[in-house]
Design a protein around this ligand. Structure first.
Ligand code: SF4
Length: 259
C-alpha cells in the first residue's frame, strides 16, 4: 500500500487522496481504520486526544493491540483538575506515556498582560486568540513532520461537524485527518466504555458531555446540545477553536484535540 507521502508526491493532491481513502474505508470498524493508519503512515501518524470519552475509546483500541501510534494531548494550563487525573489514570491503565504539549510561556504572559486572564469572555475574536495561543500553537508543534493525525470527532457532535468524514484533508495543518469514530453515535461510545471499563472523566456524569478548559465549559441540561456547554455565551456556529477546521466550520469562519 502506498504511503501518504508517496501518494502526494506522485501527483495526487491531499483532498483527492483523502476522498479516495474515504471511499476505501467507508463502513470500516474503527479498529480497522486505526490499523490501516498505522500501516499506511508508519511513524508519521499521531493521535491527538482531548481526553473525551471518544478519545478514551480510541486510546483503548490503540493500546489493546499495541499499535505503534503515539498519543498526545494539549495542556492549555486551564484544564479541570479531573482532566489531569484522567491523564495519569490513562497512563497507568494502558501502560503508555502521553505526550503533553503546553503553550509557550512567553506567549501566554504577553496575552494575559495585554488582555487580562479572562479575555475569552470579552469577544469571539479574543476567545479565538486565546485558543490560538493555548491550543493551536502547541498543536502545530505536535503535528510538525507528521503526515496524518487521528482524532476522536464524531459527525453528530455538533452542527459544525455534521459533514465529517473518516478521512479528510486538513488544509489548515497540511496533513490527513482521520476520525475513526466519525459514524458512531453517543450511545455507541458509551456502550463501548461500559463494556470495556474504559477510564473516563467523572465530569461526564455530572452533566459535561464535552470537556475543555474549565473556564470555558459548563454543565448542560438534559436534552441540550452536547456542545452547548462549550463557550456557552457564543452562538453555535462559532463554537470551534481552530483545531478542527473542516468545510462546514470554515464556512462559518470557525477556524477544538476533539476540544
Ligand atoms: S477554551 Fe477558553 S481558556 Fe481554553 S484556550 Fe480556548 S478560550 Fe482559552
Amino acid at each position: 500500500m502506498a504511503t501518504a507521502a508517496t501518494s502526494v508526491e506522485s501527483g495526487r493532491p491531499g483532498p483527492e487522496k483523502a476522498a479516495a481513502w474515504q471511499r476505501e474505508l467507508a463502513g470500516s470498524a474503527p479498529e480497522a481504520v486505526l490499523a490501516w493508519a498505522a500501516q499506511t503512515f508508519g511513524d508519521r501518524v499521531v493521535f491527538g486526544s482531548s481526553l473525551g470519552a471518544e478519545d478514551q475509546v480510541l486510546v483503548h483500541m490503540i493500546a489493546t493491540v499495541k499499535l505503534q501510534i503515539p498519543v498526545f494531548t494539549l495542556d492549555t494550563g486551564r484544564l479541570f483538575a479531573e482532566s489531569y487525573d484522567l491523564m495519569a489514570q490513562t497512563e497507568e491503565r494502558y501502560g503508555i506515556r502521553l505526550q503533553v504539549f503546553c503553550p509557550d510561556a512567553a506567549e501566554v504572559e504577553a496575552l494575559v498582560a495585554e488582555h487580562g486572564p479572562n479575555l475569552f469572555r470579552k469577544s469571539v475574536a479574543l476567545r479565538r486568540l486565546c485558543c490560538e495561543v493555548r491550543k493551536i500553537h502547541p498543536l502545530r508543534r505536535a503535528l510538525a513532520g507528521k503526515a496524518a493525525w487521528i482524532c476522536g470527532l464524531r459527525a453528530d457532535q455538533s452542527m459544525t461537524r455534521s459533514s465529517l468524514q473518516v478521512v479528510e484533508w486538513d488544509a489548515a495543518n497540511g496533513l490527513f485527518k482521520i476520525s475513526p469514530l466519525a459514524g458512531w453515535t453517543d450511545a455507541a461510545v458509551w456502550s463501548f466504555v461500559r463494556t470495556h471499563q474504559v477510564p473516563c472523566n467523572p465530569l461526564h456524569e455530572r452533566g459535561y458531555p464535552s470537556i475543555g478548559c474549565a473556564c470555558c465549559t459548563r454543565a448542560v441540561a438534559p436534552g441540550e446540545d452536547v456542545r452547548a456547554g462549550r463557550w456557552s455565551w457564543e452562538t453555535p456556529e462559532k463554537k470551534e477553536c481552530g483545531l478542527h477546521a473542516h468545510a462546514a466550520a470554515s464556512a462559518a469562519r470557525s477556524a477544538c484535540v476533539s476540544g
